[in-house]
Design a protein around this ligand. Structure first.
Ligand SMILES: *[C@@H]1O[C@H](CO)[C@@H](O)[C@H](O)[C@H]1NC(C)=O
Length: 164
């Protein structure tokens, strides 16, 4: 047997195996992977195709939208603790999502990353970015530590954030 036939046999073997791993519960629909929170299966006529959410988004089985990949704060992963490898870029630890300023001392700036492009957002005066909610909140709720208040005021002055 020549090498290409051997390789071909192996590849076909593997693809059968992976196709065989997920059994569609119904003919059509989208179903979560049991261990990986950003992975799901698209079933069409009983045939499953493996899919990944865009990096940073997670699969939310109960989402009523056709696109069920959502921000992490909207998704309960439960036992689905694994994730794809991150694809970071400047200011974006993953390609999508809301991320704190890379300096821990800067609590009132965050980045809205969409496909690797991070738009800088400054919180309204006195608020901190809350990493678990993906939005600005009062410091007691946001629970950030090591914030530099002089840096905050400097940033607010420079960017003309309206004072409360
Ligand atoms: C806080 O920020 C101010 C203004 O940028 C800076 O001068 C000061 O050294 C910072 N303090 C700490 C503890 O980092």
């Amino acid at each position: 047997m020549n090498l290409s036939i051997v390789l071909c046999t192996i590849v076909i073997g593997i693809s059968h195996l992976t196709n065989g791993q997920f059994q569609c519960p119904k003919k059509n629909g989208q179903y979560e992977d049991p261990v990986q929170c950003d992975k799901f299966y698209q079933c069409k006529d009983g045939m499953a195709t493996t899919k990944l959410c865009p990096d940073g988004l997670l699969f939310h089985p109960l989402n009523r939208k056709v696109n069920k990949c959502d921000q992490p704060f909207n998704v309960d992963c439960g036992e689905r603790s694994e994730l794809q490898n991150p694809h970071p870029s400047y200011l974006c630890p993953r390609r999508n999502g809301y991320f704190a300023h890379p300096e821990q001392k800067v609590c009132n700036i965050f980045y809205n990353c969409i496909e690797g492009d991070g738009a800088e957002i400054v919180c309204p005066s006195g608020l901190d970015f809350d990493e678990y909610a993906g939005s600005c909140a009062w410091p007691a709720t946001a629970g950030r530590s090591g914030c530099n208040e002089s840096r905050r005021h400097e940033i607010e002055r420079r960017l003309h954030v309206p004072q409360r």
